[in-house]
Design a protein around this ligand. Sequence first.
Ligand SMILES: Cc1cc2nc3c(=O)[nH]c(=O)nc-3n(C[C@H](O)[C@H](O)[C@H](O)COP(=O)(O)O)c2cc1C
Length: 350
Amino acid sequence: MFERLRFPVIVAPMAGGPTTPALVSAVTAAGGFGFLGGGYLTADALGDLIARTAELTAEPFGVNLFLPGAPSVADLSGHREHLLAEARRYGVEPGDAHWDDDAYPAKLDVVVERRIPVVSFTFGLPSVDDVARLHEVGSLVIVTVTSPEEADLAAAIGADALCVQGFEAGGHRGIFADDPVHPAGGETYGLLAALRLVSAVTDLPLIATGGLVHGADVAAVLVAGAAAAQLGTAFLRADEAGTQPAQQRALAEGGRKTAFTRAFTGRPARGLVNRVLAERSADAPSAYPDVHHLTRPIRAAAAKAGDPEAMSMWAGQTYPLAGAGPAAEIFAKLEREAREAFSQASKRLG
Ligand SMILES: Cc1cc2nc3c(=O)[nH]c(=O)nc-3n(C[C@H](O)[C@H](O)[C@H](O)COP(=O)(O)O)c2cc1C
C-alpha cells in the first residue's frame, strides 16, 4: 500500500477537529496519504466525514478508531473539585464524568460497510474477529504501538502494519493500557529506539510517528527502515486543518514547552503547557474517557473565548519548527528537504 505513494508521508488522524476532509484530500492529491480521525464522533458523524472526504478525492484514504479501554476505578473527586474554579472562570459547569466505548462497535460497522481500505487503531488491540471482518472487505489493519511488547501483541492478532509512536509525538500516547504504576513495557521510548526495538520483533511494515517535522526527519526514519512517516503537528497550521484558532496562535507564537498530561482526558497526551496542564497534571487521575467528559465544557468554553490556558493543545515536541500554509506546500517542502537530506547523508557515508 505505502510503496504506491510518491513520497511516503501520511497526515495523522487528529480527532477533535484538526484533520479535516480537506486536509486529507490535499495531502492525498500531493502524493501522500491521510487518515480521518474517527475518535469522539458518533457513527453517523463518521459516516458523514467519510462521505465528505470521498466527494473531495477519488483516491483511497484511511480511518482511525479509538479502542475502548476498561472502565476506571479512579477517584475523580479531587480533580473535579479543582476544575470547578476553571469552569466558573468560563461560566460553565464541569461535564458528567462517565465511561463509554466511543461508539466503537457502531463505527467499526461503518468502516466495514464503507470498505475503508486502511483502518488504523489506537489505545489497544482490535479483536481477532474485528480484524477478520476488515480483512474480508479488503481493508488493511494498522495498530499503533509504543513498545516491542505491544508490537508482539499486535502482530499476533493479524495486524498488517504497525504505526510506531515515539514519545516525541503530539496527542495521546497510543499505549494499550494506561497503568500509571506499571506503564506498558515499563519504558517510554523515543521514536528511533522504538523503531529499532520493534523491527527486532517483527517483519511487519512500520509507519514511524512522533516529532517528525522536517523532510530530514522523514528521510531519517525511512533510512531506519520505516515504510512511511506519519506527521501530525507538521500539519496543524495547514490552511486546510481545523485546529482551533487559539491553538494555532499559541503554536505560531512558540515559547511554550510541551509535556505529557492526563489532566484533560485521563490518558497521557502531549500538549503545549498552559495553566490547567501546569496546575493539574501531577494529580490527574488515570480515567479515560471519564476525564475527557469532565473537562469538555471547560475546554470548549476556553476555546470559544480564544483563551489557550484551559484548552488541550496537543502538539509534538518539535512544534516550533512547523510552519503554516497550504498542505500541498508543506508536503512539497518536506519532500524537497527529504531528498536533499538523503543526498547529503549519502555523501557523508561515502
Ligand atoms: C492534535 C492531535 C490529535 C491527534 N489525534 C489522534 C487520533 O485521533 N488518533 C491517533 O491515532 N493519533 C492521534 N494523534 C497522534 C498522531 O497520530 C501522531 O502519533 C502524532 O501526531 C505524531 O507526532 P507529531 O505530532 O509530532 O507529528 C494526534 C496528534 C495530535 C497532535
